[in-house]
Design a protein around this ligand. Sequence first.
Ligand code: HOZ
Length: 434
Amino acid sequence: MSIDTTPSNEAAFARAQRVTPGGVNSPVRAFRAVGGTPRFIRRAQGPFIWDIEGQRYIDYIGSWGPMILGHGHPAVLEAVTRAARDGLSFGAPTEAETELVEAIVALVPSIEQLRLVSSGTEAAMSALRLARGATGRSTIVKFEGCYHGHADALLVKAGSGLATFGHPTSAGVPAEVVQHTLVLEYNNLAQLDETFARHGRDIACVIIEPIAGNMNFVRAGVAFMARLRELCTQHGALLVFDEVMTGFRVALGGAQSVYAGLIPGFRPDMSVFGKVIGGGMPLAAFGGTSEVMSQLAPLGPVYQAGTLSGNPVATACGLATLREVARPGFFEALAAKTRRLIEGLVVAGQDAGVPIVGDSEGGMFGFFFASELPQNYGAVMATDKERFNRFFHAMLARGIYLAPALYEAGFVSAAHGEAQIDATIEAARAALQE
Ligand code: HOZ
């Protein structure tokens, strides 16, 4: 094993590519969409990350969402260190797991029971199996541009890395595996009605990113969401909210609390969580009503298991993170900061004569080089990608670390101060002028 420090991002990338496909362990990290060399990160603190060349960046990726408190939050580090000293993994239940689940149940009214797993992919895949097992139906409905992890049945017309590489459906997924997956256009009410009219009795569930963060940032319209809820109820299909990105990120109660504020009595039947609930450690979950969850092993016939599920260190990390985000005023402050960032970008665009539109909810945001906010994947694909790529590099050169693909949402943390927001807007002004 070499103990040399790697001298540059380029050298680190070349070395990584010799032994790891594309040099990365998750495709979006490879900078293929924007070109250039990925930054190899040495450390992070607060709103900043440093690459191995010593360059500091203001971080708007935040590990793709989990780092809502910023990096190295003292309460989180302390909880993780304490848990690690007590044991890294037991493969047996702990009280801390129950405490974490109780905290989530208390914050999300649609969740009566929850199962902890290790990744968002695992959570979505398990939710799907449970929906099929609970309803005795096979068909699932998803929306174009929504990404629910890389389980085969969900890898159809997906966003995130698949959008980046122009292959919305992965190779290696047999046609038989996706024959029960219907893919609809996001925010298309007519298509939704038609699909339920034709297939309603076969639909086990509809899975949706309520605020899609894997085709940049696109909200489901209120009328669309209300109709979706209505149709699922009418036809006995389960409505599954993929809140891996939005859970405890756009609001304390997740995106479902945002829609509940707009649609009286609104609740999904099941939800999938990840990212923030692990606070930066591998932890995710799926849950719903006790009736549905009771179909899961060991109570019911739907199997699901995991050696590292509810891992004690990840659980401690998640619990410490949730305690912080549940403090009064947390989301108000985060949302105000994020809004200010987006408004600043839009004004900087106007001043430079470059059309930019943007949107945010809580600590999640997106922006497009376009004159109106896209409502679906096709419209996202029609925005100015070349301009985004040039902007990305101009920002990177100015110490601002945005997601290296126009198809990803951005994330602000509680550690981002007004100074970092101002610096980002200033950098954007310079980049746009350039
Ligand atoms: N699925 C993430 C983007 N939406 C990427 C995760 C990663 O590369 O870390």
